[in-house]
Design a protein around this ligand. Structure first.
Ligand code: BG6
Length: 494
């Protein structure tokens, strides 16, 4: 490594959260119920069984609506950012954040999704949050939709499968872009837009039993088409309303290696990777890639489009490409004798060269560099790493300290890989926001004990605790990284 040891000037260091996992206050301030408020924790289910944790039926929703319980529905309490945001932002500022990625809960602004008039109390809440951020010179990076469709759109429409939802979303985007035009410059449209294929309920408000007799894969792609059109409208609205604004897509960066050099394994890895790129390909190039159209044809999938859909998608591609990256996986033609582990929203094939987190996610900093190079070569648009981090069970020592050296080790190696990609591979990267900079409720397992933060929140899996905030060892470490613009990563003693 001969390159310099600091990040580019103006590199946006920060942290990331999502309203549905951090805010709480699920029934306060005029907020409506969102899909995530009805996402149930399965305490006895193996944490690596992603599918079991995320399966949702109409019956589950009825059960959720019948109770105000927050133990089984932990996203209802989150980390109570709703009441602690001033304290939390002060801590972010203490670490030196330049940017804070957060989402606006759609159901706080339009409680039912289809309302004519927005909820002023919800709008005011985000005004206050943005003002607080700006007070410390922290730039907000706002996700418009991070697993937060209002539940009414599931119950009285068919989630994103219904064409009308594009109109409701567009109204929401017009409202927030107009209201926050002087406060928010960086926007993301849909968090992990590709995730609809893996968890259709949280991303698209789709419940399979509400589509009897229909090809559910077709339902998912139809809903996704609506999100692509809506995303293009959102980009248009942002550009028209906020001069100089930048809008990004957001994808789950799932990186697959061939398990062996057998050509069939290499082909399998390539095909799997294409399967993950098809969504960002569509948002960056403004049209469906040929290989996705082939998949539609071969699987008997017909997407209903309206006049103007192709034009709007083509006219308003995204300005930058953001992504989450946590782990890598392998791909093989024959997986029958291979070991499987968990990954972000997937079951991954174990790579014998990698260690894994306590939740089974394989730790691979080099994979982040590989991912950045792939994305930049493919799109030639600036990248933004908006999620990365280690979910771990932290222990509070008797003296109140939290020694999360394992998290520091994970982050340090990933950050070095980012600088290698920038300096050696010529990748343009706008910034880095580590996931769950303050502890929050896990998306996949709904656990509070799967912690990512620099800031500990005293709350357990059942929502019990004082919700007090405490600085972990990594808090001081990250502060130093930001202060030195990355230089401290290379100094052993720190
Ligand atoms: C990403 C999501 O996929 O992964 C986040 O955008 C999520 O919402 C994060 O929290 C980490 O996953 P988990 O399951 O550990 O919370």
């Amino acid at each position: 490594m001969n390159h310099k040891q600091t990040f580019p000037e103006g590199f946006l260091w920060g942290g990331a959260t999502a309203a549905n996992q951090v805010e709480g206050g699920w029934n306060e301030g005029g907020k409506g119920i969102s899909v995530s408020d009805c996402a149930r924790a399965h305490f006895d289910t193996d944490v690596t069984n992603y599918k079991a944790h995320n399966a949702v039926t109409s019956q589950d929703i009825e059960a959720a609506l019948a109770t105000d319980d927050e133990v089984y529905y932990p996203k209802r309490h989150g980390s109570d950012f709703y009441h602690h945001y001033k304290e939390d932002i002060r801590l972010f500022a203490e670490m030196g954040f330049k940017v804070y990625r957060m989402s606006i809960a759609w159901s706080r602004i339009f409680p039912n999704g289809d309302d004519e008039v927005p909820n002023e109390e919800g709008l005011k809440f985000y005004d206050d949050v943005f003002d607080e951020l700006h007070k410390y010179g922290i730039e907000p990076l706002v996700t418009m939709s991070h697993y937060e469709p209002p539940l009414n759109l599931v119950l009285n429409y068919k989630g994103w499968y219904s064409r009308e939802v594009i109109g409701f979303f567009t109204r929401y985007v017009e409202t927030i872009c107009t209201r926050y035009q002087d406060k928010v410059k960086y926007w993301l449209t849909f968090n992990e837009v590709d995730s609809m294929i893996r968890h259709p309920y949280t991303t698209g408000g789709l419940i399979e039993d509400r589509f009897p007799g229909q090809n559910f894969e077709e339902v998912i792609f139809q809903a996704m088409h609506h999100q692509f059109v809506a995303s293009a409208h959102a980009t248009r609205i942002c550009h028209e309303t906020i001069p100089g604004s930048l809008v990004g897509c957001m994808l789950t960066k799932l990186t697959y290696y061939p398990y062996t050099c057998k050509p069939e394994d290499v082909l399998k890895a390539q095909q799997t990777m294409r399967g993950t790129y098809c969504y960002s390909d569509t948002q960056v190039f403004g049209e469906y890639p040929a290989y996705l159209l082939s998949r539609f044809k071969n699987n008997g999938i017909t997407i209903r489009k309206e006049d103007g859909d192709d034009e709007i998608m083509k006219s308003y591609p995204v300005d930058f490409v953001s992504f989450s990256y946590y782990n890598s996986s392998c791909a093989a033609e024959d997986t029958s004798n291979l070991n499987v582990t968990a990954g972000n929203t997937i079951n991954a094939i174990k790579n014998p060269y990698l260690k894994a987190s306590d939740w089974g996610w394989q730790i691979d900093p080099t994979g982040l560099r590989i991912s950045m190079v792939d994305l930049y070569d493919r799109y030639r648009k600036p990248l933004f790493i908006v999620e990365n981090g280690l979910g771990a069970a932290d222990v509070v020592n008797e003296d109140g300290t939290i020694d999360d050296q394992y998290r520091i080790d994970y982050l340090r190696e990933h950050m070095k890989a980012i600088l290698d990609a920038i300096e050696e591979d010529g990748v343009d990267c706008l910034g880095y926001t580590s996931w769950g900079c303050i502890d929050l409720v896990s998306e996949s397992t709904k656990q509070m004990s799967k912690r990512y933060g620099y800031i500990y929140v005293d709350c357990d899996d059942y929502g019990k605790g004082t919700y007090n905030r405490m600085r972990k060892k990594s808090f001081y470490w990250y502060k130093k990284v930001i202060e030195t613009n990355g230089m401290s990563l290379y100094l052993e003693e720190i």
